[in-house]
Design a protein around this ligand. Structure first.
Ligand SMILES: [Zn+2]
Ligand SMILES: [Zn+2]
Length: 366
């Protein structure tokens, strides 16, 4: 049996502790990945703060890249030494939703997800006192190693540095995918992105890659707006002083924006989206708030053939999309360097999550 260091959350609101955890023998389709970089995402913080409930103790972290250390006898698509980005959306491939091309709604994925264990329900990790350990979103990447199903380990070119590659696993896929996979943008469309964190800045870039015309970025933070400008936004709106809906109308001859992508996770942002979209336009929500909270809309803002969708992983098909996104980075089309605010150690993870003011902090392992 192998043991390695992991950041373990024992109780909501309490700091994570860096602990040695034990790894059980790999099952046939398991893949053991040595983590080289892991991004900090807001979802990790939601678990710490108790707004997202999972069984504890648990290893958080769900945006990571590393090297395949070992592959089970029946693992397909990867071999030791491969560089991989990890996907948090394993799916069964044969349920009602998988048959309808919606792996994010896979019955097994959604059914087993709240247990934070692999599909077979058997934990691969345990603490030194024998207690079993859960893995957030089928990953748990705030650790030196991570056991995943073979379909979650997506091979990417070796040239892309790990700290940039890891971002593809959640934030970048979510944002770029919203524009590129879901936006169905016509060339020259006006796109508004509300919220310029890692997801929003990725949506700005996705819009640029999809051939958008005017890209309007909205955020209360001037530094984030400046970054949005560098990554492709032609118009920026300071949400604390300016009216995004009015700017959207001004930029489109009074019609309203073709595609509005929300990546802010607030009721006010949700409300702006439907007001800003033109008749027949699209609204794509990526952010989230407390699931029991109400959001109110002006009814008129929902009418006129608007298409409104809430998506959580940019319609990702990781085996198709992760290598493409990595390639886009290497070709200079997708910029990831700018999304990394800080590189930190595993020990600094909890403090960095709690502080939470940056675009992306990335845990790097030697
Ligand atoms: Zn995430
Ligand atoms: Zn399924």
């Amino acid at each position: 049996m192998r043991s390695f260091r992991a950041a373990v959350l024992h109780a909501a609101h309490a700091p994570m502790s860096i602990t040695s955890v034990s790894l059980a023998a790999l099952r046939p389709t398991d893949v053991l990945v040595r983590i080289r970089a892991a991004g900090l995402c807001h979802t990790d913080l939601e678990v710490i703060e108790g707004s997202l409930r999972y069984p504890l103790p648990i290893v958080l972290g769900h945006e990571a890249a590393g090297v395949v250390e070992q592959a089970g006898a029946a693992a397909r698509g990867v071999k030791p030494g491969d560089h991989v980005v990890l996907s948090w959306n394993p799916h069964c491939g044969h349920c009602f939703y998988c048959d309808r091309d919606a792996p994010i709604l896979c019955e097994q994925y959604l059914g087993e997800g709240p247990k934070a264990l692999p599909f077979d329900g058997e934990s691969r990790l345990s603490l030194s006192d024998g207690r079993m350990l859960q893995q957030l979103m089928y990953l748990g990447s705030f650790a030196e190693y991570c056991v995943v199903a073979d379909q979650q380990a997506i091979v990417v070119p070796k040239e892309i540095p790990f700290d940039r590659a890891c971002l593809i696993g959640c934030g970048v896929m979510t944002g770029v995918g919203a524009a590129l996979n879901l936006g169905a943008l016509a060339h020259g469309d006006a796109v508004m992105v509300i919220g310029c964190g890692a997801v929003g800045l990725s949506a700005v870039q996705g819009a640029r890659l999809a051939g958008a015309g005017t890209i309007i970025a909205v955020d209360p933070d001037p530094a984030k707006l400046e970054l949005a400008r560098r990554l492709g936004a032609g118009v920026v709106v300071n949400a604390s002083s300016d009216d995004a809906v009015a700017v959207g109308k001004r930029e489109t001859g009074g019609r309203g924006v073709d595609v509005v992508i929300e990546a802010a996770g607030s009721s006010s942002a949700f409300r702006i989206t439907t007001e800003a979209a033109r008749p027949g336009g699209q609204v794509i929500w990526l952010g989230k708030i407390d699931v029991n909270k109400d959001v109110s809309f002006r009814w008129g803002s929902l009418m006129q053939e608007k298409r409104i969708r809430r998506v959580s992983y940019g319609n990702a098909r990781p085996r198709r999309d992760f290598p493409l996104l990595a390639r886009a980075y290497l070709d200079g089309l997708l910029r990831l360097d700018e999304l990394i605010s800080r590189r930190i150690s595993l020990e600094e993870t909890f403090a960095a999550l709690k502080r939470g003011e940056t675009i992306r902090s990335v845990v790097v392992f030697d």
